[in-house]
Design a protein around this ligand. Structure first.
Ligand SMILES: Cc1cc2nc3c(=O)[nH]c(=O)nc-3n(C[C@H](O)[C@H](O)[C@H](O)COP(=O)(O)OP(=O)(O)OC[C@H]3O[C@@H](n4cnc5c(N)ncnc54)[C@H](O)[C@@H]3O)c2cc1C
Length: 583
């Protein structure tokens, strides 16, 4: 060791994907004296070193880290560095780690080590960590054909350098990443190992060599010979998980570089890393794989009544759209899809590969282009959906993602339609039928009204809906046209936030006799069915257990109907009030 100390801004110990990432981002942020100390003779992604002018000291062994004044002193077997900050990014195999499946004893199935003479070998790398990406890159650099079974990998959690290299190799078609695949068995065909995937996407594959990437961990403070003063300085950072009983600053790949820079280099203007969502979305093939696996229907129409209110039509791959008017289906999109806003879903890291599913009533366009009443569609299902905007109290999940979709995009459609909210109890054509809806609660009514009229219903049909503004009436023109054609049909839209319209609610239509006026007679429970859909407050179900029920504080439509002799339709107890609550 020389007595003289070289002055540095940042010393990085260990040329892992994480260390290299921080070296590169620090150089790009304007730090000039950055050195990466690598005890071996190569770093994770060697091609990034010259591309980014990273200064690497190969073959230097760390001896100690101490603090001196407001600097750290990092001592190796070759020299001592005086530095403003230090990141330890050395990794080794986690002693707790065991291969997820039993591995055959074969020189061609290894953990962490690639075979000699990689050129033209077919190699399978199994793992989901930065280290797995390091092995993939090393094998590809050696000329091997690489398949990467990366099931469980979250691209957003990779170190930036690993993320960039994987994407580059994929783009150049030098590797195949199976983002969702994990082998559940390794066998042997003669001398060649075979990976069994046991999922319908991935065939069983034979390779020259299979390598499993172990989980890595960082060395402990004791292993590194770090002084207490260095720990207390706040200038020594660790790439990886915290260590039991030792309070040193630490963080994971994307965040650790920025956290360290904030703590040690206040003069730097930090570049914000791309959002978690953007990081994931950049892995196009990962997203493509998830979509391919999950979605089973295509959006064939996406009509925006206004930016936040949509009529969309969806065609299922299986071709079956049979349903009863009034029923609902479920639609879904993955958490991996982009949001229209900048809100972050709580717990997104754990669920980004999962599907968000929500129920949607099946709506209906009343007219065919020819002007005839439209029969039930046999190829598509129509939905009428409003954006539920996220706010600081609640981050809505599906509709802010649906907002980014367009015609031709794929979507999940639940395999079965469901619901007892149907016209089954309207047994005679003379029955009076009243529909009460809030907002998109009109969706099933559009379908039911068309069905009744198509079948020649003769009794009065009244469809009422409250919305905020006129523009929130997605089917207004069609309803008006129905009224013109069918004398027994009446549409009562009720915007509550229009200056020229008195603010009234659906309850007022009952109290003030508007419904009866539209029906052309009394609301006779003996010959009338009422359908209520949408906001639970409008519906106003009695609260509490059977027998001990009380009406909600704000009077809902049900209470007013019950006062007039109507009864709630229940399983095994037929009634003439039918309802569908949206939440
Ligand atoms: C049987 C059934 C049928 C449904 N049919 C429709 C439909 O045809 N059209 C439709 O737009 N929604 C419908 N919904 C609501 C839909 O399932 C979702 O709850 C809604 O789209 C919000 O999903 P999200 O993931 O964006 O928000 P989430 O994170 O699920 O937020 C849910 C919250 O959003 C609010 N919310 C839910 N729906 C609405 C709405 N329509 N208007 C205003 N606020 C709402 C409520 O406060 C609810 O608690 C239906 C719900 C059910 C149970």
């Amino acid at each position: 060791m020389t007595a003289e100390q070289a002055d540095y801004d940042l010393i990085i110990i260990g040329g892992s994907a994480g260390g290299l990432s921080v070296a590169i981002s620090s150089i790009r942020s304007g730090l000039s004296r950055v050195r990466l100390i690598e005890p071996g003779n190569s770093v994770a992604f060697p091609e990034l070193v010259p591309e980014n002018l990273v200064d690497v000291a190969y073959g230097e062994q760390l001896e100690s880290i101490d603090a001196e004044g407001d600097h750290l002193v990092v001592t190796t077997d070759q020299r001592a560095y005086r530095t403003r900050g230090c990141l330890v990014s050395r990794r080794h195999r986690d002693p707790q780690w065991a291969a997820p499946i039993a591995l055959p004893t074969s020189p061609n199935v290894t953990v962490d080590s690639l075979p000699e003479g990689l050129n033209d070998l077919d190699i399978l790398v199994v793992g989901h960590t930065n280290h797995a990406a390091e092995l993939v890159a090393e094998a590809a650099a050696g000329g091997a054909g690489v398949v990467f079974a990366a099931g469980g990998m979250d691209p957003a959690r990779l170190a930036p350098a690993a993320d960039a290299v994987l994407r580059r190799l994929e783009r150049e078609r030098r590797i195949t990443v199976l983002y969702r695949a994990v082998p559940d068995g390794i066998g042997q065909d003669g001398e060649f190992p075979v990976a069994y995937f046991n999922d319908r996407r991935t065939p069983d594959l034979e390779f020259d060599h299979i390598v499993f990437a172990s989980e890595r961990c960082r060395p402990t403070v004791a292993e590194l010979n770090v002084s207490q003063a260095a720990i207390d300085s706040g200038k020594l950072w660790f790439d990886g998980a915290p260590e039991d009983g030792v309070d040193v600053p630490n963080g994971h790949s994307w965040e650790v570089g920025n956290k360290l820079a904030e703590a040690c280099f206040p003069e730097l203007e930090l570049v914000e890393p791309p959002s978690v969502v953007r990081r994931r979305v950049r892995h196009e093939s990962a997203i493509a794989e998830l979509r391919e696996e999950t979605y089973n229907a295509t959006i064939t129409a996406f009509e925006k009544r206004h930016s936040d209110l949509w009529v969309l039509r969806v065609r299922p791959d299986h071709g079956d759209t049979s349903h009863l008017p009034g029923q609902y289906a479920s639609l879904g999109l993955g958490f991996w899809e982009d949001r229209v806003d900048n809100y972050a879903d709580p717990g997104i890291d754990e669920k980004w590969h999962k599907l968000i599913r929500r129920s949607y009533s099946i709506s209906h366009s009343m007219f065919e282009p020819s002007g005839y009443l439209a029969p039930p569609d046999t190829e598509e299902l129509e939905f009428y959906i409003v954006l539920v905007p996220a706010d600081d109290g609640h981050v809505s999940a599906l509709t802010p993602r649906l907002a980014t979709k367009q015609v031709g995009d794929r979507i999940y459609l639940g395999p079965k339609v469901a619901g007892r909210y149907t016209l089954n109890s309207v047994e005679t054509p003379e029955t009076a039928v009243i529909f009460f809806a809030t907002g998109t609660g009109e969706a099933p009514h559009n379908s039911m009204v068309t069905e009744l009229l198509r079948k020649g219903h003769t009794g009065p049909i009244v469809s009422t809906v409250t919305v905020r503004n006129w523009k929130d009436l997605g089917y207004l023109d069609a309803h008006r046209k129905l009224e013109e054609r069918f004398a027994n049909y009446h549409y009562i839209p009720m915007p509550t936030r229009e200056a020229d319209v008195p603010k009234r609610y659906l309850q007022d239509l009952i109290r003030d006799g508007d419904i009866e006026l539209a029906l052309g007679g009394t609301m006779d429970p003996a010959s009338t069915h009422a359908f209520l859909c949408g906001n639970p407050a409008m519906i106003g179900l009695p609260e509490g257990e059977d027998g001990e029920e009380s009406w909600p504080e704000t009077t809902g439509v049900i209470e007013l109907l019950v006062e007039r002799g109507f009864t709630i339709n229940k399983r095994g107890q037929p009634g003439n009030i039918h309802f569908e609550e949206y939440w």
